[in-house]
Design a protein around this ligand. Structure first.
Ligand code: NAD
Ligand code: UDP
Length: 312
């Protein structure tokens, strides 16, 4: 049994991770400000005596008496709508917040894993994106609070390792979807499914020719746990995602078909700096973690549609 702290553990990915690690027999501490997450995501875990929840913003230092073996740092709004709403808060979470959690992990002599993102590659000029690619990020655009914030977080992780010999892990997560994505947080899979189920127009930004590669959340949490438990020498960054690439238009058409919806596609302006393509090279994840995603898009979408249908 390990004592594991998860920041952002009341969010979409964090709550699935907390559930899995608890099921595996660990003691779980979730730290979350609930800025985009919800207690609804973790209420079913609260009855377990090995689960504790702390409502706390990581921009403020966090203290705990218990011994902690591992820290997963997932705290940060992930949807473009939310991370841009309070851009300065997003940067603080990824800098001051990250420093606080690195300091916490150092004091506990714990391994700490950072949930970085494919956004560190910006609007990539190469595809697929491997970890060696240094990216094409606009440092002054509306997405920079997140992209540059996450890049700075990676820098901090490696500086804490160089200066203090800490055990660190950095994973770059590509678009992930599944149950517990917040309704109305603006991400494409939840938006399209909800619009299709309600018979509303499907809001397509741009002409829909931009691509993404979608990973189902149960696949991702397996990889997060594998990465955390690698030898100290393994630091990453390692890409985690599903290399199956599709256009946003294809995604809309597939969701309309799967839901049997009468919704029509409505074209809107493409947001500034919206990346045109995104596909992970997961060679490292395969070789180092022995991991690759198992859930096909069709199956993952089916489960996600079922979840949102039940909520409606
Ligand atoms: P989410 O918004 O559902 O979860 C983030 C959680 O962090 C929420 O519960 C939120 O309340 C909490 N949080 C935010 N700022 C905080 C702060 N300052 N202090 C404490 N808690 C705070 O998003 P998610 O999709 O679950 O993403 C989890 C992590 O994975 C994020 O760091 C995100 O950047 C990263 N990531 C996710 C994806 C994806 O497709 N889901 C892709 C790349 C990276
Ligand atoms: N998108 C869209 N309609 C929506 C929401 C998103 O066309 O209602 C597009 C968005 O412009 C982007 C892609 O879908 O090209 C993925 O968007 P999301 O916000 O899910 O994540 P991103 O990969 O941009 O961080």
């Amino acid at each position: 049994m390990k004592n594991i702290l998860i920041t952002g553990g009341a969010g979409f990915v964090g709550s699935h991770l907390a559930e899995k690690l608890l099921k595996d027999g660990n003691r779980i501490f979730v730290v979350d400000s609930l800025i985009t997450g919800s207690e609804e995501n973790i209420n079913h875990l609260k009855t377990d005596r090995n689960f504790s929840f702390f409502r706390h913003d990581i921009v403020e230092p966090f203290y705990l008496d218990e011994k902690i073996d591992q820290v997963y740092n997932l705290a940060c709004p992930a949807s473009p709508v939310h991370y841009q709403k309070n851009a300065i808060r997003t940067i603080k979470t990824n800098t001051v917040g990250v420093i606080n959690m690195l300091g916490f992990a150092r004091a506990k002599n714990a391994t700490i894993l950072q949930a970085s993102t494919s956004e560190v590659y910006g609007d990539p000029e190469v595809s697929p994106q491997s970890e060696e690619y240094r990216g094409n990020v606009n440092p002054i655009g509306p997405r920079a609070c997140y992209d540059e914030g996450k890049r700075c977080a990676e820098t901090l992780f490696f500086d804490y390792k160089r200066m203090h010999g800490m055990s660190i892990k950095v994973v770059r997560i590509f678009n992930t979807y599944g149950s517990r994505m917040a309704e109305g947080d603006g991400r494409v899979v939840s938006n399209f499914i909800l619009q299709a189920l309600k018979g509303e127009s499907i809001t397509m930004y741009g002409d829909g020719s931009q691509t993404r590669s979608f990973c189902f959340v149960s696949d991702l949490v397996v990889a997060l746990e594998k990465m955390m438990n690698t030898d100290k020498i393994v630091t990453g960054p390692i890409n985690l995602g599903n290399p199956h690439e599709i256009t946003v238009k294809e995604l809309a058409e597939r969701i309309i078909k799967m839901t049997g919806s009468k919704s029509k596609i409505e074209f809107r302006k493409l947001p500034e700096d919206d990346p045109m393509q995104r596909r992970p090279d997961i060679t490292k994840a395969k070789n180092i973690l022995g991991w690759e995603p198992k859930i096909e898009l069709e199956e993952g979408l089916e489960q996600t549609i079922k979840y949102f249908k039940a909520r409606l």
